[in-house]
Design a protein around this ligand. Sequence first.
Ligand code: ADP
Length: 421
Amino acid sequence: MQTGQTNNDSKLLMKINFEIISIFLEYDNWHQALKQVFALVGTHVNVDRIYYFEIHEEPLTKAKLTSQRFEWVKAGVGPMIDNPDLQDLPIEVVEDFMKPILINTPFVANVRELPEGNTKEILASQDILSILVLPININNKLFGFIGFDDCTSERNWSEEELHFLKSITSNLSTAISRRNALIEVERKAIELTRINEELEQFAYVASHDLQEPLRMISEFLKLFEKKYFYTLDEKGKTYIQYALEGSVRMKKIILDLLEFSRVGKSNQILEEVDVANLVDDLKSLYINKIESTNTEITLTNVKKILCWRSPLEQVLMNLFDNALKYAKPDVSPKIEISMEENESKWIFHFTDYGIGIDPKYYDRIFVIFQRLHTKDEYEGSGMGLAITKKIIENMGGEIWVDSEKGISTTFHFSILKQPNK
Ligand code: ADP
């Protein structure tokens, strides 16, 4: 049974532990958190010094070293943070206390009782009478350790104290893991941005520089055809036609690639856009196709929204293009456009009743140059949806698709209601 005193002690330790968790949560920078936590723990468990050592490697030999990084000392106790002997210390030198630490076990000792050797010497030189060292393991790897020195008396740590200090160490491990994860995410984000920029630059330069030689090829082919029209036999003329068709397709690919690399680069102006109006403009662009196929277009709940007009127009145009292109043969296309909203975004739904898309290709269709059909079945460069996705993501939104093969396809996309200016 616990005595009233121990009960109070453990309540107090629990309270402090709670405070410490809050400190770790409050600070993104665990170095800052550590200063506060050490001061709080030091006062409550009445020790003379608390310190944190990190394990690191000698860059050339890869030998494991340990160095003191932080320290808290009680008033009147000599600090050790500037002691050069506690920097880059090969871990074998303090083998006695590293042995348990390396297998994730605490090291507890009264210095007087230690066997003669380096460990005893180093600890005694710092006037330590009693020591407790707790390892910090992250993902089963020793990251460092925290030590608690008593320079005033030899002591036997109570179960509660041990439990308390262990839980602090474990909170510290969590804080370090959190920090490491954040650093990793930031590093990856920077790396991704860099790779993206390089790719865009490459796409831009490549597509830009390819235009001129391509123009030359098709111009000279046309000249060749004109000059030798009466000399060429039918086969020769057909070959030239194939080559010219190829260059037209290539031009389309180059222009799409150029457009892809330019998404988000032009200085657009935010304006109020009436979506019904925008669709009307698009209808007039496609008027021939719409009339010849008897396409039916319905709008539901479309709004006036604040956005960049021309990227939105480009998105709807790409979806229109596809809805008309991938319509069922001999059936009049039907297109439905509707809108809804949540707190932060407008959500568009763009449905056609065409050939549909197999769910296993939902991701693939948004990747550049990925097509589900050959050019003989349907013309295209495989860039339309990749450009569409890039435009939407640039406007802070997302695009996804739902489809039932042979029945219908709905592209859903969202854009921010308050675009970042
Ligand atoms: P493209 O149309 O030039 O091939 P996209 O990037 O626009 O390139 O589309 C990629 C692929 O997605 C198309 O090849 C087509 O197979 C499929 N797809 C796109 N939109 C539709 C649609 N509305 N219905 C059926 N399939 C579609």
